[in-house]
Design a protein around this ligand. Sequence first.
Ligand code: HEC
Length: 424
Amino acid sequence: MWTKKYLFLSVIILLSFVDLKAQQVSEINFYEHIAPIIHKNCTPCHQPNKVGPFNLISYEDVAKRAKFIARVTETRYMPPFPADRKFQAYLNERSLTVGEITKIKLWIEGGLKEGVKKNSSINISTQKEETKPDLILKMNKPYQVLGENVEDFRFFNLPSNTTISQYITGIGFKPGNKKVVHHSRLMVDTTNSMREIDGLSETDSRIYEFQKTALKDEFLYGWVPGNDKIQFPKGTGIRLNAQSDFLLNMHYAPSPIPDTDQSEIELYFAKEPIEREVKNFILRENDISNKPFLIKAGEKATFFISKKIDKPMSLISVLPHMHLIGKTFRAFAITPDGEVVNLVKIDSWEFNWQMTYQFKKLLKIPAGTTFIVEASYDNSVENPENPYNPPREIGYGWGTKDEMLNLVLYYLDYKEGDENIEQN
Ligand code: HEC
């Protein structure tokens, strides 16, 4: 039986090898084999008015950058998705299969054959149909980005001016000017005590005072180029108290010329009664077991969080957060039965690609589970991301050159059967 199965498998492997070999010689061409891969995985960002720095649509677009494309796909730098997909499965995954990466390589080796264009109109739209947001909050006025080629981190206050509490079912962000907006982070303040931070630089000393305020949502949403809006499962939503303020933390990329930006956030509210409230659970610097949270100049350090919860949860999403000198991040949970539930693993931290990872299925976390977070930082001169040269001691702060350690989880109180719910 076993040998039969083995033989069968070998034949399959051999056949697929022969198949590839045959393709390798002559068949691989752009229109038939490469365009479908590119149009599905790259073009959503690499087209006019999207975040990619150049178009990847036509044969010419792709052929002229073929070697570069082979490199960024082989190293898995593109399509961007820093989390390890073998560790956990996510709804918003992006990746190429090994077969697809190989095809691109073989296409180059075979001399970039064009093939025959099948139909004249290439369907490059992969966007789902959009529903209109219920509330759009725009920055009060255009922000002037100086054309001095420096990075600029700013905080803006956007009052919601809502008179009743409502439930948010989805959140999006629209950069006002894609040339300068690098990424953004959204927080919710119910104290209304931070209205004067509107447009404050993160280096302003007042920020150090404001960052002591306990916020309702320290990390409601994080936007990076290409990030879609987050949509909570049907019948669920996040409570937004009346008169809440949104704090928008903007990262502006260095610009050689003066420019402006007026970005906006888009909120979707529940139209029907909400059956279940989306809550957030944040593990943060205070929860670190090997405090103080300080990384000495020139040193590497790893910090650990271990926190037990006493009620069962159904996890919707996970968002790991560190700043520039973060290197690796891993989070998982151990149930009272000793079972390990993987949450997120990032082996090569990318400050610019911080995402909310939404689980494919709701993840059940039983009462008595312990969450474990392990995050490493490199404050040495060898780290090219180190904002200081020579290195300086780095500790907690909202500033980009300071550090943070957060694990933000969105969850529902557990209900029987949640673990079978697919998110979409
Ligand atoms: C989520 C949006 C997104 C998707 C999907 C995406 N890209 Fe990109 N790509 C970007 C952005 C933004 C940049 C510029 C910033 C950077 O290099 O990180 C970029 C940069 C690049 C670069 C230049 C890299 C460099 O070092 O300058 C190449 C080449 C590239 N992409 C190829 C691809 C290919 C091939 C795919 C599909 C397999 C792809 N991209 C999918 C957003 C995307």
